[in-house]
Design a protein around this ligand. Sequence first.
Ligand SMILES: Cc1ncc(COP(=O)(O)O)c(C=O)c1O
Ligand code: FES
Length: 478
Amino acid sequence: MLRSITRSLTVRQRYLPRLCYRSYASAKVAFDVKLETPTDIETATREQAQARSNSEDVIASGTTALNHAYRENSGFGTRPIYLDMQATTPTDPRVLDTMLKFYTGLYGNPHSNTHSYGWETNKEVENARKHIASVINADVKEIIFTSGATESNNMVLKGVPRFYKKTKKHIITTRTEHKCVLEAARAMKNEGFEVTFLNVDEQGLVDLKDLEAAIRPDTCLVSVMAVNNEIGVMQPIKEIGAICRKHKVYFHTDAAQAYGKIPIDVNEMNIDLLSISSHKIYGPKGIGAVYVRRRPRVRLDPIISGGGQERGLRSGTLAPSLVAGFGEAARLVKEEYETDIEHIQRLSERLTKGLLSIEHTSLNGSSDHRYPGCINVSFAYVEGESLLMALRDIALSSGSACTSASLEPSYVLHALGKDDALAHSSIRFGIGRFTTEEEVDYVIKAIKERVEFLRELSPLWEMVKEGIDLNSIEWSGH
Ligand SMILES: Cc1ncc(COP(=O)(O)O)c(C=O)c1O
Ligand code: FES
């Protein structure tokens, strides 16, 4: 039996996703298991949508984003429950309302200052800027619009070192940053800069002593994300800000997953640069911003040259509809902060408790320092990919990169010291403003049933149940 497992493990290395799906599909035939949550995806999603559309919650709230989320004519069949809030959030209908007028009457170029078409659009742009600045206690002049957090991060990671390159050659960041920070930092290495990628501990947290020790006289920038997009871990931003200020090094934080979701005050936290993305806060996609401190003034080379808009840092005509939508989304996250966080916290506790009540499951990342809307759980002895296949009625993402062309497990979970098997069996659950308790309960039930179902197919699980210590087995090398 062992040999057959080893052989199948070797095959799994190469054909894992396909195998995951096949094993799931054939298992449905081979096992006559009665699940309460149907594994037939079409039926499951249809029943889900029907249940929801009859639910008093939805009826009471009238026309909400939920109706859009559950519309049935997307061309991909009935749509699943949406729990992929870190990838993007549904647009708040109030945001859309704000945007529409820019596609009809209000079409002036906000940079035209010789007539009222320009003035009226510009007024709306500046109003949005005010709302965006206010969420992080910044000055309006410190907000520069970009196309999103990817651009903001590139602007900072490339722009600051390039400006100070005559005297400073060193950048510090961490191993668990978003790819756009890591790749931008790597690009700077090719330009002759040195980059320190700090390790994190098993909780996903940066060690402040390591960080301070890494600072050199020629360090120009420290970039540490506020909330991690895969595991929801919050870094000690305030403490990092204090260290950077003490050593007179600029501190940048990628706040794509944090802005409007955890309290941030750029002054109190000594943040010099901060990246924001509109579509993570129920705003439109394709717009974001970077906060650039004015006092003491942070200098950076722009990556886009042109007409000198946005204080010369980001040339190009702004998209007023997107800016206004982003501004409204920012106004709403500030105004509804308490309600949102209370709602998300409550559902997060419910979901976490439900998922961790399944045996051999574990939460990835710190349980104390986390944004509650992002829960990353490993289900031992279950293939993450198979589980995703078995959960087509729930829109989720595995922490691993298996959904992409590469079979590498998540670099974030690796940085936390998780082994490949656990990293492969991890799933990220994202809760947001429009998630309902009913959805959370359905998800708990569905996950419980399907994890159990898939484990029944796993030879490893069979061995665990027989009391065999898997660590004592010498697998053949591959
Ligand atoms: C932490 C983090 N940084 C940056 C980004 C990129 O944001 P955008 O989609 O606005 O370019 C994301 C989005 O996935 C993110 O989660
Ligand atoms: S290949 Fe299945 S989860 Fe990695």
